[in-house]
Each structure stands twice: as C-alpha cells, then as structure tokens.
Design a protein around this ligand. Structure first.
Ligand code: 4NP
Length: 149
C-alpha cells in the first residue's frame, strides 16, 4: 500500500488489510510505504489512528518508511492511493513486469477508473471518516479478489 507520506492513507489500508487477512485466516504479506521521505520512522497521523481505532482497526503500531525499488522484488502487487503516487512509483520500475505490479487500490472497487483516495492530511474529521469508509470498502473488494486468485 503506497501513498505520499505513509502516515494517513496507506497505513490505514495496511491495517485494514492486516485485520481482514487475520480474521479470514489468509496467508498474505502486507506492508505500506510513502513515496516521500518526510515522515520516515513516525507513527501514523494521530487523527487517522483515532478514526481507525474507533472502527476497530488498530494502526498505531505501524511506522512510516519510504517506498524503495527493492519493494518490486518483495511484493506481487503495489497498490497506490492516487495518480501522483502512481507516477512516482512507476518511475522506479525497472521493467515491464515491475510496472505491471502497480495498480490503483480503488480499481478493485471501481474497476478501470483509476480513481484516487483523497488525501485527508489538510482536511477535517469528516474527511478522515470518508477515507476510512472508502478504504474499508476497497480492502473488502481486494480480499475478494485475493481469495479468488
Ligand atoms: P498520506 O497523507 O500521503 O495519506 O500519508 C499525507 C501525509 C503527509 C503529507 C502529505 C500527505 N505531508 O505533506 O507532510
């Protein structure tokens, strides 16, 4: 799961998927990263931690890191939150196979639309709630896809 800072959207997507994988007894490795280096080593944004916890999804234990080219070796899917993440991650891909791993997370919910998860960082509590709702639905759709894979 990749966003810009790895403190709002991608840690939530990471935590949601981790919880659902555990609940369903699946064996899938999940991690998240940011394309930027601003917040390396930091816990998720406290507003995102609170919103996620209120919905039963712990994310406080996650720590931000920057996306790196070796992530293409370690993961089958690189799921980005928005168009800017998509461009930044694609730029680090070395070949066609790596490029094909990069997908918009929301395409699992709204296929072929390349929709972006809005960045709540400068937003209100309602924006954080809206991101939770969207990522909850998107990770449900992703779990369905992974189970059929
Ligand atoms: P994220 O949100 O990409 O969902 O983690 C942001 C977090 C921090 C910043 C921007 C977006 N920032 O500019 O510091």
């Amino acid at each position: 799961m990749v966003c810009l800072g790895n403190i709002c959207r991608s840690p939530l997507a990471d935590g949601l998927l981790l919880r659902k994988i555990k609940e369903q007894g699946l064996n899938i490795k999940v991690d998240s990263a940011g394309t930027a280096n601003y917040h390396i080593g930091k816990a998720p944004d406290s507003r995102m931690i609170r919103t996620a916890a209120a919905h039963g999804t712990p994310i406080d234990f996650l720590r931000a890191r920057q996306f790196a080219p070796h992530d293409f070796d370690n993961f089958d899917l690189i799921l980005v939150m928005d168009n800017s993440n998509f461009q930044n991650v694609l730029r680090l891909a070395k070949n066609h196979k790596e490029k094909q791993k990069v997908k918009y997370l929301l395409d699992f919910l709204y296929p072929n639309q390349n929709q972006s998860v809005p960045d709540p960082y400068y937003g209100t509590q309602d924006d954080f709630e809206a991101v939770y709702d969207l990522l909850d639905k998107a990770t449900d759709a992703l779990i369905q896809y992974l189970k059929n894979d």
